[in-house]
Design a protein around this ligand. Structure first.
Ligand SMILES: C[S@@+](CC[C@H](N)C(=O)[O-])C[C@H]1O[C@@H](n2cnc3c(N)ncnc32)[C@H](O)[C@@H]1O
Length: 320
């Protein structure tokens, strides 16, 4: 039973459905039995000086992460998955992809990488001395077993050409597509939670719920436990409860715990508004959004802006 009668517990117990722990994840982990979590999914601090973190020496950061990862592996079930969602650490204008420096921690613990998912999005800082960063990664590990849970059907997405048929061989003329949809692949184009996003809270780095729903549906079954050591605004718990899983998470900052509590309660009441998983991206041109019309294309507002795509290799100024 997962509905508004479910209570949000502050401490872990295997009998609970939703656990929101205010404190250090290492303290919550102490309460969780070995091999009891089916999915550990998280986005840790990136050590880039966000409001909830102090920028520290990268070696100290790695050893802190290693301590948490080690305990997450202890609680991971035999068929379970760990998904660590990270971006880049930036040091003196040099970028260091965090997944590359965290990867050995997982493999040293005898885990196997199953996918390195690229999460692509459109919004973020506009860089002037390098290309703007528009992706982060989710590194997915399991134990060395063939029996890890992976349910593809609940996360299939519509094909681009569902009417396509085999054009030769014994199946010639038959439809070639799986009617349930296709594998979503390892590049996920899902809007990040920035200002106009329906899920935006005051947390600077929220997951979109749809991103985690895909992991929950594919890597767990109903009733399984999902654990997020760095819970933030409660997104992983929300995604898990939505699909009849149990979930626990820790968050050190009181104000995020309060936001998480509010969001999880709304999810249980059925009133939390989120962007639907698999919703196609909005095309502002198709939606006739006026902001898609460049002012330098109108008579009133001619400017000196180069018309880049007009004739390739021959950029020129409107008034020249
Ligand atoms: C990148 S954010 C996670 C955001 C989350 N994915 C969401 O959707 O809201 C990392 C969070 O971890 C919290 N945090 C940092 N160190 C922690 C620790 N040792 N234990 C628990 N939470 C911690 C931070 O306060 C921050 O909210």
């Amino acid at each position: 039973m997962l509905d508004s009668s479910v209570k949000i517990a502050e401490q872990f117990s295997p009998d609970e459905h939703a656990v929101l722990f205010h404190g250090n994840c290492l303290d919550l982990l102490k309460e969780i039995p070995d091999r009891s979590m089916q999915l550990v999914v998280t986005s840790p601090p990136y050590n880039i000086g966000k409001e909830y973190e102090k920028k520290i020496n990268v070696d100290t950061y790695i050893s802190q992460q290693a301590e948490v990862i080690k305990d997450c592996v202890r609680v991971l079930s035999d068929t379970g998955s760990i998904c660590w969602q990270v971006g880049n650490y930036v040091n003196s204008s040099s970028i260091i992809p965090l997944d590359t420096i965290l990867y050995p921690i997982f493999t040293d613990m005898n885990l196997v990488m199953r996918n390195r998912i690229i999460w692509h999005f459109e919004h973020g800082l506009h860089c002037t001395k390098r290309f703007s960063g528009r992706y982060e990664t989710i590194i997915w590990f399991t134990r060395k077993t063939k029996d890890f849970v992976f349910n593809l059907d609940p996360v299939r997405v519509p094909q681009k050409y569902p009417g396509k048929k085999y054009f030769k061989g014994p199946k010639a003329g038959q439809y070639s597509c799986n009617p349930l949809g296709k594998n979503p692949g390892d590049i996920w184009d899902i809007p990040n939670v920035k200002n106009n996003h329906i899920e935006k809270t005051e947390h600077p780095c929220q997951f979109p719920v749809g991103l985690i729903e895909r992991l929950v549906l594919s890597m767990t079954n109903e009733g399984d436990w999902v654990f997020d050591p760095f819970l933030g605004t409660g997104t992983s718990v929300i995604a898990a409860l939505r699909h009849k899983r149990r979930a626990a998470g820790a968050e050190t900052e009181k104000k995020y715990v309060e936001i998480a509590h509010d969001r999880i309660q709304k999810e249980l009441n059925g009133t939390l508004r989120t962007r639907p998983m698999n919703k196609l991206k909005y095309d502002p041109k198709a939606g006739n959004n006026k902001l898609t019309i460049p002012p330098w294309n109108t008579n009133e507002e001619r400017t000196q802006q180069p018309r880049l795509l007009e004739s390739p290799g021959e950029y020129h100024y409107e008034n020249s």
